[in-house]
Design a binder for this molecule. Structure first.
Ligand SMILES: *[C@@H]1O[C@H](CO)[C@@H](O)[C@H](O)[C@H]1NC(C)=O
Ligand SMILES: *[C@@H]1O[C@H](CO)[C@@H](O)[C@H](O)[C@H]1NC(C)=O
Ligand SMILES: *[C@@H]1O[C@H](CO)[C@@H](O)[C@H](O)[C@H]1NC(C)=O
Ligand SMILES: *[C@@H]1O[C@H](CO)[C@@H](O)[C@H](O)[C@H]1NC(C)=O
Ligand SMILES: *[C@@H]1O[C@H](CO)[C@@H](O)[C@H](O)[C@H]1NC(C)=O
Length: 295
């Protein structure tokens, strides 16, 4: 009897051992038509600064595709793909479909839950497309035969403004980039607060709730936003502000301080715009920009 038990145990261990490879989640460095990101897998940026994968925010039971700092155990999302199209179980897959589109599907590959806003010539084979996560936290879809970025997550920000991300209007394509709050800590769906450049008249940065401005960051002085005195000259690293016939945009960069890549501005549903940074082991508030007015 003893030996039979031992025998069965051995079989069990063998079975677990044999089947384990099929359950292991994958770590990927790119998405191609043959390489998908399934729920549980992660896509890493080259230097492992950022990671992309499926996650459930807060107490949510829904699954979303998000990007977070690789070293952040909380997986605080700096971008969410399907923010308004949650998946209610764990069968989600992020893939490049046969037309070269970046899509998320659950059970049925032919009816995606989410797709990137890009029009790809339908006659082209999808074998020439690849998606990568860059070390600045930008997910890019590249047409490989001419190395063109045909879509990037930086053009569709959610509630977070990262270094090297441009906010503002591309006057040629009409694409307007701004950040918008989550509905709640448990729901990354598009909320009511936005933080954006108002390009009519002299360009100024405003935070709005339901189209009503509740806070004015003001105009760009060359060093900072005029309405944010706590943002002293040189507060933002290597900022580039462009206002010409092609675009009105503002982008901030990083300094030589290796932590400055972990800077992020977030607009919250509670009518606050705050800047966080990462120090030692966690998120640290650096600047609460619109708090005085709101509390
Ligand atoms: C999950 O969502 C699908 C379609 O989006 C729906 O058909 C299904 O009933 C949902 N399941 C649960 C458990 O809510
Ligand atoms: C790459 O190809 C696409 C169409 O397939 C075209 O729209 C785009 O302009 C091309 N880019 C370059 C740099 O040639
Ligand atoms: C898709 O892209 C076009 C062109 O850039 C833009 O005008 C449009 O608003 C975008 N649609 C969505 C849903 O973001
Ligand atoms: C957004 O505003 C609408 C209209 O005032 C309101 O019904 C809704 O609850 C608000 N959403 C959130 C997440 O607060
Ligand atoms: C950013 O600016 C600092 C000086 O403020 C400079 O030392 C640094 O090299 C710049 N970094 C980049 C990436 O341009």
């Amino acid at each position: 009897m003893k030996s039979l038990e031992a025998f069965l145990d051995t079989i069990l261990i063998l079975l677990i051992f044999v089947y384990q490879p099929f359950c292991l989640s994958l770590v990927l460095d790119s998405i191609t038509p043959n390489n998908t990101v399934k729920d549980g897998d992660v896509l890493l940026s080259g230097q492992k600064t950022f990671a992309l994968g499926f996650f459930s925010p807060g107490k949510s039971r829904y699954r979303y595709v998000g990007i977070w700092y690789y070293k952040d155990p909380e997986k605080t999302a700096v971008w969410v793909a399907n923010r308004d199209d949650p998946i209610n179980e764990t069968s989600g897959v992020l893939a490049i479909d046969s037309k070269g589109r970046l899509i998320i599907y659950a059970k049925d590959q032919n009816s995606p839950i989410w797709s990137a806003n890009v029009s790809v010539p339908s006659e082209k084979s999808s074998s020439s497309f690849i998606a990568k996560l860059l070390d600045v936290g930008n997910l890019v879809l590249i047409k490989q035969d001419n190395s063109t970025v045909i879509w990037q997550s930086f053009d569709y920000p959610t509630n977070t403004y990262l270094p090297f991300m441009k906010l503002g209007l591309n006057r040629k394509s009409g694409l307007n980039r701004f950040i918008s709050s989550w509905k709640s800590a448990d729901d990354p769906g598009t909320g009511n607060c936005t933080y954006r450049i108002d390009s009519t008249g002299y360009p100024q940065m405003f935070a709005y709730k339901n189209r009503v401005p509740f806070w004015r960051a003001g105009s760009w002085t060359g060093q900072r936003w005029s309405g944010v005195p706590t943002m002293t000259n040189g507060f933002l690293d290597n900022t580039s502000y462009v206002n010409n016939q092609d675009e009105i945009s503002v982008m901030y960069g990083i300094s030589t301080d290796s932590n400055s890549v972990f800077s992020r501005f977030v607009i919250e549903e509670s009518e606050t715009v705050r800047q966080f940074t990462w120090q030692d082991q966690g998120h640290v508030l650096k600047l609460g920009m619109s708090q005085e007015e709101c509390s």
